[in-house]
Design a protein around this ligand. Structure first.
Ligand SMILES: Cc1cc2nc3c(=O)[nH]c(=O)nc-3n(C[C@H](O)[C@H](O)[C@H](O)COP(=O)(O)OP(=O)(O)OC[C@H]3O[C@@H](n4cnc5c(N)ncnc54)[C@H](O)[C@@H]3O)c2cc1C
Length: 290
């Protein structure tokens, strides 16, 4: 299929890009890696008046350490995240998650900003943003604002950005010491979108869990499993509590039902994947204390 006709602009600054977005008043679409946008144009699911190609804007492609965490430019490619030594040292859970995103050719072009803005409910980067309490910086002609990840994903393929805003940067705040992580995904084939996934971080003090984060893929958007987190916080992470938390994670959100899996199967997968992610996170957290 071919897209409907559109104008094309390749601004060389963020100011220029945000001005075009404001001028076209909801009729413009940002082009980053094009891996999700171009198929949608070809199927004519989107018919923007103009494409605003942000690939020539400088200083949108970087991974920088900041206060124990990282700040990442929106145009940073998936492959750069996957192979970054800074990400591997600070957020190994992201390095692991990136290996499950599509195929190498797609990871070479796809961007952090594009993935988060596309807001696919099965996207690994959305899972990371929710798990790690990311802070997203949106820029428009009238300035910038920070959006917490928990407020960013408002539904399947729907985000909290205004039509006139560009996602400019994503900050992942640093982990506390003695934090372990786990990431588990089920997809029909390597590189396919996840049918279900779970990721967890556990912070330990001695044998006790002081902080727990669990995020799951399976429903209309990625969610934190707050009831499961509450069961584990202050516990000694014994098998019985981990089993109960995994069950609670499967109930964190109504699960999707589609051609790939029923809601019951997704709930079953989320429970099993959460248990595995928690066991891996516990193991890594205990290892850090030795
Ligand atoms: C075959 C295939 C398999 C895939 N499998 C997976 C997978 O397993 N997991 C996964 O997570 N993804 C998967 N993807 C999607 C891939 O990761 C995309 O790269 C990503 O979703 C979109 O990133 P992009 O940079 O290509 O964005 P684009 O396609 O350029 O844009 C996507 C949307 O975001 C908007 N946008 C882009 N950048 C910004 C910005 N900075 N600010 C505001 N809006 C912006 C665009 O206007 C558009 O609406 C797959 C894609 C394909 C084609």
């Amino acid at each position: 299929m071919k897209p409907a006709a559109f104008e094309y602009a390749a601004p060389s600054s963020l100011q220029e890009a945000t001005k075009i977005l404001a001028d076209y008043n909801g009729e413009a679409k940002i082009l980053a890696g094009g891996q999700s946008l171009v198929p949608m144009l070809n199927f004519r699911l989107l018919k923007p008046q103009i494409l605003v190609d942000i690939n020539r804007i400088p200083n949108l492609d970087y991974i920088a350490e900041h206060n124990g965490g990282v700040r990442i430019g929106a145009l940073t490619r998936h492959y750069a995240l996957e192979t970054s030594p800074v990400i591997a040292a600070r957020f190994p859970v992201i390095s692991e998650a990136m290996r499950h995103v599509a195929h190498l050719a797609i990871r070479n072009r796809g961007t952090l900003g594009g993935s988060l803005s596309h807001a696919d409910p099965a996207a690994e980067l959305a899972l990371m943003a929710i798990l790690l309490d990311a802070r997203l910086t949106a820029a428009s002609a009238s300035g910038t604002r920070i959006i917490e990840a928990k407020d960013f994903f408002v539904g399947a393929l729907s985000n909290a950005l205004e039509e006139s805003e560009i996602l400019r940067e994503v900050e992942f705040p640093g982990f506390p010491l003695f934090t372990g992580w786990g990431f588990e995904e089920f997809a029909q084939r390597l590189g396919d979108f996840a049918v279900a996934a779970a990721a967890a971080t556990l912070t330990m003090s001695g044998a006790r869990c002081t902080q727990c984060r669990i995020a799951v893929i399976g429903g209309e958007t990625v969610v934190r499993a707050v009831n499961a987190e509450a069961l584990l916080t202050s516990s000694s992470l014994d098998d019985k509590t981990i089993t109960a938390a995994a069950k609670a994670a499967a109930q964190a959100t109504p699960m999707n039902s589609d051609l790939r899996a029923s809601s019951d199967l997704r709930a079953h997968l989320v429970e099993a994947l959460t248990r595995r992610a928690l066991e891996a996170a516990k193991h890594r957290a205990l290892e850090k204390q030795q």
